[in-house]
Design a protein around this ligand. Sequence first.
Ligand code: ADP
Length: 581
Amino acid sequence: MRSIRLALMGYFLLLVGVALGAVFFLVYRTSSETLNARKAQTRALLEAQHQSDCDDARAALDQRLVRSAQTLANLARATPTHFETLYPLGVLGIAVAPNGYLAGPLWLAEGFHAPLAYQLYRIHPQIVHIESADDVMHDQDSDYFQTYSAHGRPLERSTSLGETWLTLDQDVRKKAELLRENFDTLELRPGHMVRRVTLKATVPRFGAPFLQPLWRFPLNPGKAKFSRGGRIPKSFDATAIFVQYASDTSGLDATLRDLKSRLDSDLEQQEHATDEALAGLRTRLLGIGGLAFIALLAGTYWLVRLGLLPLRRLSDAVSRVSEKDFRLQVEAAGLPGELRPIASCLSETLEQLRRAFAREKQAAADISHELRTPLAALLTTLDVALRRPRSVLEYQEILEDCRTTGAQMTQQVERLLALARLDAGADHLQSQKVNVIDLATQCSDLVRPLAEARGVTVRCHVDGPAVLSTDPDKLREVLNNLLYNAVEYNRPNGSIDLTVLRDNGTLALEVRDTGIGIPVEACEHIFERFYRADPSRHADSLHAGIGLAIVKGYVELMGGTIRVESSSAGSTFLVKFPDAE
Ligand code: ADP
């Protein structure tokens, strides 16, 4: 990312966004789970309530059926047909019948011995009648009843049944206990469902009213087991009947449908409420998330701005640096620890830059000065020569002087060009196998006349063959520069030793002189361009502090290294190349 501020903000927001997203997701998930659990509970509750309501509705119908069936059973009267009348007739028959005395004891015994009458009574068909049965029915159109004798013989039926019958199932008849209800649902007519109850009830039996006292005779306590209400006199026995009472289920179905639709609407309402609650939660979370994001954005911007303030101060200080003022105008103590090393490195670099800039300015001044001096000398020489006519010999001398001055100027300009080419990276190596021994010997031979003219001895030490794959012109330039400097800065009667050494695949060229030496503080600067350890010492254009800068540039271009050791006894320059053969 191009901007630290944007990068920091981006990463921070991403981090917080992910954290917020995770938190919101968890909150939403937990809440939705809770809501869904509550929804399931409410649903189960509603369904249970619905089931209970349905059961109640069914039970209400069943209860009504039972009540109606019981009412009918209460109203049922068993009437023995003709039997009561037979008894007095039988007794009278004793008197009038010719052989009445035969049957007389039997009839009389019957009068005093109820069990016999009872047995006769039992096997005698009964008529069970329910008076005004249709009137006691809940609804004469949609309710139905039918009674059966204990043996399954149909007795009475409601007029609402018309042609249809409420049949009595044999299983029900056999297994039914007294007064135990048996419910079922059946299709009375096609498409017409009814709910039915079948119950077995006892109906009191009693004789004709005028014979009732007879049944209460003390010797005949009878089997009077039932006394159903005050209206019905006690009978000595009872008979069982089956009462079936049925009712149309359309009312129940409608109620159940209503209940179902109420349940559906309740469930839908509850679903809707849950969805609304979840939607509300989502909206709230989104709102909170949005607000939190905006607050975070503003906070992050402010924090990053605050955090980058020292960097901004440093950047302002750097932007105030100019060619006129190389000072970094910032309080290092006021900067955070992370920026202090940067500020101090920057200050150092600026100081070096300032010195280099000063040197370059000085060098430019020096070069122009050095070039101006020979140019002025050249012009003066030419002016003097042109003042009057001269002899050929005089003209020759003057031209010779002019040529020397021009050559010096050319050499200086070429060195400047070499530096410029190194700077631009336009200088390339023309590599070939170079016999370094030969080259060193040639260089020392070249410098020897000049050295000897100054009383300096030049020696060349070689140790076996040394071949290097490199650019011979550049290597020659390096050695010449070092040797000329060794002559230049030597003492009278001093010496120069050029040694070629081979060691572990490296090749070293050592130029040792017994000259004036280089101050320690100057040693680290002498390879900088336009640097001169003692500018006052040489005031000619050939010593502008360019030589060693070119030497270092060439050595590095050839893949080697150069270093200098110096003392008051002289200086030693050591050039090393790897991969020597
Ligand atoms: P110059 O052309 O001025 O000699 P150089 O780049 O060759 O420039 O040298 C830079 C400076 O290094 C010189 O001005 C001189 O002060 C110092 N110098 C170089 N070689 C030697 C040496 N052999 N002995 C002492 N000083 C030296």
